[in-house]
Design a binder for this molecule. Structure first.
Ligand code: AMP
Length: 208
């Protein structure tokens, strides 16, 4: 199964992707995770994109497309994959159509107020990367990772100014993308407000 997950930052794409990956036996590929991994490890790519991610802007299409094309050519992607965070522009979607044939594009929908509440409460472990949420998934001890005892921090792009920028960028770039996939008959809308378990059930239904 070859899928794309679309949805604003904070719609829970990452959480759903983790569930869907196991449910469908496919690989989860998040371009945001790839960039963050490279930044953390100080690779040439990481150095190139750090300021862009910190500001909430988009990494140039050329760079992003090449990374995804290389990743999809790996043998573990043969049974299927789930792209999370890519494509984000029509240009990226057109490039993707040249090297992958998708079964469906899932569009997770969530109101702005809910997105802001979700993102501003997100915390991540500085050491092991485990995610928490101040209200929906709090750590046992404030500011400390349950798994490794590392310090919990707020991603720079989850700070209010970056959230506003990310939502603006998302709306500007993604609406044309949604229209594009709709015209191709691939788009399936899913309400992202319920619990991840309920959303997974809805997802299985729309993919039948
Ligand atoms: P995400 O974790 O998907 O919210 O991505 C975090 C950041 O990585 C975004 O705000 C962008 O700066 C960058 N990024 C991720 N995916 C893409 C993409 N497909 N095109 C351009 N930039 C991207």
């Amino acid at each position: 199964m070859k899928l794309v997950f679309l949805g604003p930052p904070g719609a829970g794409k990452g959480t759903l992707a983790a569930l869907a990956k196991d449910a469908f036996g496919i690989v989860h590929i998040s371009t945001g995770d790839i960039f963050r991994f490279n930044i953390k490890n100080g690779t040439p790519l990481g150095l190139k994109v750090k300021a862009i991610l910190d500001s909430g802007g988009l990494v140039p299409d050329e760079t992003t497309i090449e990374i995804v094309k290389d990743r999809l050519a790996q043998p573990d992607c043969a049974p299927g994959f789930l792209l999370d965070g890519f494509p984000r522009t029509v240009n990226q979607a057109e490039a993707l159509a040249g090297f992958a044939q998708l079964e469906a594009v899932i569009n997770f929908k969530l109101a702005d107020a809910q997105i802001i509440a979700r993102l501003s409460g997100r915390r991540v472990c500085k050491v092991c990367g485990t995610g928490f949420h101040l209200t929906s998934l709090p750590p046992k001890k404030a500011g400390v990772c349950d798994k490794c005892g590392g310090e919990l921090i707020q991603r720079k792009d989850d700070e209010p100014a970056s959230i506003a920028e990310r939502l603006k960028v998302y709306a500007e770039n993604t609406q044309p993308l949604i229209d594009w996939y709709k015209a191709k008959g691939l788009l399936k809308n899913i309400d992202a407000a319920p619990s991840p378990e309920v959303i997974l059930k809805d997802l299985k239904k729309v993919l039948k």
